[in-house]
Design a protein around this ligand. Structure first.
Ligand code: ASP
Ligand code: MG
Length: 592
């Protein structure tokens, strides 16, 4: 008999009528011949209320007691849900995380799942019960109650679907699916029928907040199709699975970051290990950095810029101050009035001109791009926050995200055939340390060259002009990084195939001359190293580890780009093999 896991978020169980409605959905699924596991969140804003209550007692509640408190929200809703099912004349049993046997590590308020036992759930299902699992919670080895971080019921649901070998994990929530962008900002936004795990991960970390990111990491690791749908209507929702909606479109979605801040460390000595000092100080504080950009050093010094969540700015500035003093760097600047705009799509990996289109669109609106980073399936730019909504709308329009792409083949069959390859027992065995960082591979691409435009005026339209000309010449640009400008001037670095370097350099030279900046610099042979896997960003400090292992063997990092699913660094081509060896050694323990 197939197992159906259904999650009901807080808004879907906000009052007794909604609880009864959810119960009817579960009963219906059971009547259709499924064994049903429900994962339930705390009612409505209950968790927020508990957080507030704790705040009235103390500014610094002990994390263990916070978990003890917050886990009660879910305990209320599972009990009520079991009563609701019983009242409909069906059998149900509610279980807390501990009763199921969801064992986590001991990092209270952000615990990671270690193992899940399926015995008790299976027994209950076999005797005809609907199992009602409390979301968001677990228990550590000493039986302390833990929680998985806000929004963590999603992660519970997908994890249970994985260990039980469920065909699909249904997420019932207050939105009816995943949209091409936030429909509150762009009313033309379209609900996608389907989105790939990697696209969802990138979009979520770019600011599109529907699902708990860790739940998607799980889904990807264990090939669980996740169906996001509304609990208040019967529309079909969005399927998050391995394949994208269509391979033909370069972009599947656009997002704007919530509250971002930019920090630049000025005049860092340009030698191996210097950047590392900055990153380690921040990694020590467990803070995730985004959009890390360092310009290729001039006169022995480089500027390093990155973005962080606005709320973490005070802690970051403290770390930066220490690093600046230690390195003898010039100083630092920051700006908390910025936004990151990103476009994401698996299709862009194989199509040209996507970055150029984005830059041109912003230029036409007179919006200045302060920083750029690109990875295989994402392009991000940093702009002034007051332009963020306008930029998002413009980008959404230019990539025609409101238009329905042609109906793809039936991916769904393929996906469920995949997940059958492993038995539930095999999955349960693999689930040990299931939330640990996994690196799928580390690769070296030694076919590219780098061009750097130095000191170009930091005004709207420059990036567009550069990449317009390069694209017109039919040159495929891979990685693009624009550093944060100093005194109104920025550096733009990009990589092209080695055989196209001469042509790219000629174009860049003409352009530099025309706009009155110094001649471009280049490196005829660079090595691009990619580390890719799952949890690259939620496990903070990964970039610091990369810098550390490279600087230990005396290798300088020229360019870097980070994303949810990979970190790319570019180094001098002569160092490629040594860099690959160093990274393989550094990550030997987590390499699959
Ligand atoms: N009740 C928890 C929260 O509000 C978990 C969840 O809803 O996913 O964060
Ligand atoms: Mg939720």
């Amino acid at each position: 008999m197939s197992i159906s896991v259904q999650e009901f978020g807080g808004t879907s169980v906000a009052d007794s009528q909604k609880i009864l409605a959810a119960a009817r959905k579960a009963v219906r699924a059971q009547k259709e011949g499924n064994q049903v596991v429900m994962v339930v969140s705390a009612m409505g804003k209950n968790t927020d209320m508990l957080v507030k209550l704790a705040g009235e007692i103390t500014d610094r509640p002990p994390a263990r007691e916070m978990d003890m408190l917050l886990s009660t929200g879910e305990q209320v809703s599972v009990a009520l849900m079991a009563m609701a099912i019983d009242s409909l004349g069906h059998k149900a049993i509610s279980l807390t995380g501990a009763q199921i046997g969801i064992v986590t590590d001991s990092s209270h308020t952000k615990a990671r799942i270690r193992t899940i036992s399926t015995e008790r759930m299976r027994e209950a299902l076999q005797s005809g019960n609907i199992v009602i699992a409390a979301g968001f919670q677990g228990v550590d080895q000493s039986l302390n109650i833990t929680t998985l971080g806000r929004g963590g019921s999603d992660t519970t649901a997908v994890a249970l679907a994985a260990v039980l070998g469920a065909e699909v994990c249904e997420i019932y929530t207050d939105v009816d699916g995943i949209y091409t962008t936030d429909p509150r900002i762009v009313p033309e936004a379209r609900r996608t029928r389907r989105i790939s795990y990697d696209e969802m991960l990138e979009l979520a970390s770019a600011g599109a907040g529907v699902m708990h990111n860790r739940s998607i990491e799980f889904a990807k690791k264990f090939s669980v199709p996740v169906h996001v749908r509304s609990s208040f209507s019967d529309t079909s929702g969005t399927m998050i699975a391995a394949e994208p909606e269509t391979p033909d479109m370069p972009v599947c979605g656009a997002a704007k970051s919530k509250m971002e801040a930019r920090v630049t460390v000025l005049g860092v000595p340009d030698r191996p290990g210097a950047a590392l000092t900055v990153f380690s100080k921040i990694a020590e504080k467990n803070i995730a950095m985004d959009m890390i950009v360092q310009n290729v050093g001039a006169e022995g010094h480089a500027d390093i810029s990155f973005t962080v969540f606005h709320d973490e700015l005070p802690a970051v500035l403290k770390a930066v101050e220490e690093a600046t003093a230690q390195l003898g760097a010039e100083g630092y600047t920051y700006d908390d009035e910025v936004s990151k705009i990103s476009v994401v799509g698996l299709g862009m990996a194989t199509q040209t001109g996507v970055a150029e289109t984005m830059f041109r669109t912003l230029a036409e609106k007179g919006i200045n791009i302060q920083m750029i980073t690109t990875s295989e399936i994402k392009i991000s730019v940093l702009i002034e926050r007051r332009f963020a909504q306008e930029a998002l709308r413009a980008v959404h329009e230019v990539f025609q995200l409101d238009k329905e792409p042609p109906m793809p083949d039936d991916h769904r069959k393929a996906a469920s055939a995949d997940s059958q390859a492993e038995t539930p027992d095999e999955i349960a065995a693999r689930i040990e340390r299931m939330e640990d960082l996994i690196i799928e591979d580390i690769t070296l691409d030694a076919t590219q060259a780098r061009v750097t435009l130095v000191g170009v005026a930091d005004v709207p339209g420059l990036a567009a002009q550069v990449f317009d000309e390069i694209a017109e010449a039919g040159i495929v640009v891979d990685m693009i990084v624009q550093s944060f400008g100093r005194k109104g001037h920025a550096n733009i670095s990009f990589t092209v195939p080695q055989e196209d370097l001469d042509r790219a350099l000629k174009l860049a030279g003409e352009l530099s001359a025309a706009i009155g900046c110094p001649p471009p610099r280049s490196c005829p042979r660079v090595a691009k190293l990619s580390v890719f896997g799952v949890g690259m960003k939620s496990h903070t400090g990964l970039s610091a580890r990369m810098f550390r292992s490279l600087s230990a063997v005396g290798i300088n990092v020229d360019m870097i780009s980070t994303s949810e699913v990979r970190i790319n660094v570019v180094v001098d081509g002569r160092d490629g093999d040594r860099a690959l060896a160093a990274l393989r050694e550094e990550f030997a323990d987590v390499l699959e």
